[in-house]
Design a protein around this ligand. Structure first.
Ligand code: F3S
Length: 422
């Protein structure tokens, strides 16, 4: 790989040990993918260091001890506990303490401790054509597909990229990868983020790690709907980018997205295909669920406002637990607007820094009774997101009921399941 003088100095160690470790890792990554050069990045969304993986915490703390600082604006992904409001989720105190120590390490490194999978709703937007890195697939696909930034699905390497301010040029950093591979003809009216989530999950199963190009939407999807679509595509498939002509820069038409010529056949998605995903994730008892969850991906201010309107002046049924998850920043904005008060008055719990999967997986995957970390007593979760449904089922081995947001709110109010079908 061709390195600039500055990059070579980092690799040689003359800019400090932390940058040397970071650059060594990035060169290895680049060599593995045949990258010819590095590109400067403008933004990094990095791994929080999950308390459930103590070794990861040590890696981050070791880098900090070597003087690591982020070279570009950096935000932190979601973690295992809501540090401020941990009692609401019954998180073990020891887990919270471990997470608080990562917060101190990230702050020393100069990162913004957003602890969210939707840093863009918290004000951290990349720009068109900006090279960036993200370990969160929801951020990667949103950046590539909605903003037109250039980003791969990364792991711990995102931390190295943040420290070096560089990333090897391969994958979605190259023009040739940013082309449609599958044409998707949408032949159904979609009304809410949950419908887009089911569409995304279905198409992700069809296209694997391709780049689907969507046609046929009856109206321009909202930002929240695009977010839900991308999160689900990245969950059932390895999708890092989708294209909606006139939404995804710079593509004005489907032809342009394919480099000039449309493929002969399209994947057609109608009501039956969308409904198949609602049905796939509705296996729990309709009369017996432990938790209703809204806010996957972490809710935007607009979504918080909508939840507030649906719950204003009403009351969650006794015995039903309703979680709304969002970032700290959006939570603060919603608090300032009186929305958090309205949600809590209705009996909802507003949770930040985590989500049911991240919160409960820590306890399911790494129980440590000596530390008070034991599996949560949860058997069935009702959700409005196919991504949350898939991971709840796979990672905390719960039954799920997948429905629309409005229907999930109804269920929380009445205690009975309201299915959604198109
Ligand atoms: Fe975010 Fe948890 Fe969903 S990390 S995208 S709220 S599964």
């Amino acid at each position: 790989m061709q390195l600039t003088r500055d990059e070579q100095e980092m690799l040689d160690g003359s800019q400090g040990e932390a940058k040397q470790i970071a650059m060594k890792g990035l060169v290895q990554l680049g060599d593995a993918f045949d990258a010819k050069e590095m590109v400067p990045i403008g933004y990094a969304h990095i791994y929080a260091g999950l308390p459930m993986y103590v070794h990861d915490l040590e890696l981050i703390e070791d880098l900090v001890a070597l003087g690591a600082k982020v070279a570009v604006p950096s935000t932190i992904n979601i973690a295992n506990a809501d540090i401020e409001n941990w009692r609401a989720t019954k998180a073990p105190e020891n887990l919270v303490r471990l997470q608080a120590s990562t917060q101190a390490a990230h702050s020393k490194m100069g990162s913004c401790c957003t602890y969210t999978c939707t840093p863009y709703w918290a004000g951290h937007w990349p720009s068109w054509n900006m090279h960036m890195t993200s370990l969160e697939s929801t951020v990667t696909i949103f950046a590539n597909s909605v903003v037109g930034a250039r980003c791969n699905r990364d792991g711990f390497f995102a931390v190295y990229a943040a420290i070096a301010g560089r990333y090897p040029k391969f994958g979605y950093h190259l023009d040739e990868t940013r082309r449609g591979t599958h044409l998707v003809a949408v032949d159904v009216d979609l009304h809410c983020t949950s419908d887009y989530s089911c569409l995304g999950f279905y198409v992700g199963l069809m296209v694997g790690n391709g780049v689907p190009v969507f046609t046929g939407f009856r109206r321009r999807p909202t930002l929240d709907e695009l977010d839900a679509l991308g999160a689900a595509l990245a969950t059932s498939g390895g999708v890092a980018m989708f294209i909606v002509p006139e939404v995804t820069p710079p593509f004005a038409t489907a032809e342009q997205a394919f480099g000039g010529v449309l493929p002969g056949e399209a994947v057609v998605v109608g009501p039956a295909e969308v409904n198949s995903i609602y049905e796939r994730f509705s296996t729990g008892s309709t009369a017996d669920f432990d938790l209703v969850h809204l806010g996957c991906p972490h809710a935007s201010f607009q979504e918080m406002k909508e939840y507030g309107e649906m719950l204003e002046g009403r009351r969650v049924k006794d015995g039903v637990e309703l979680w709304v998850t969002t970032s700290r920043a959006v939570r603060q904005m919603a608090a300032d607007a009186g929305i958090v008060r309205a949600l809590e008055k209705a009996g909802a719990k507003v949770i930040s820094d985590t989500c049911p999967i991240m919160c409960h997986f820590a306890r399911t995957a790494s129980p440590d009774p000596a530390l008070g970390i034991v599996p949560p007593p949860i058997r069935s979760v009702m959700v409005d997101s196919a991504k949350q449904a898939k991971y709840v089922r796979d990672m905390i081995q719960c039954d799920t009921l997948l429905t629309g947001t409005r229907e999930a709110v109804q269920a929380a109010l009445t205690g009975s399941f309201h299915p959604r079908r198109l």
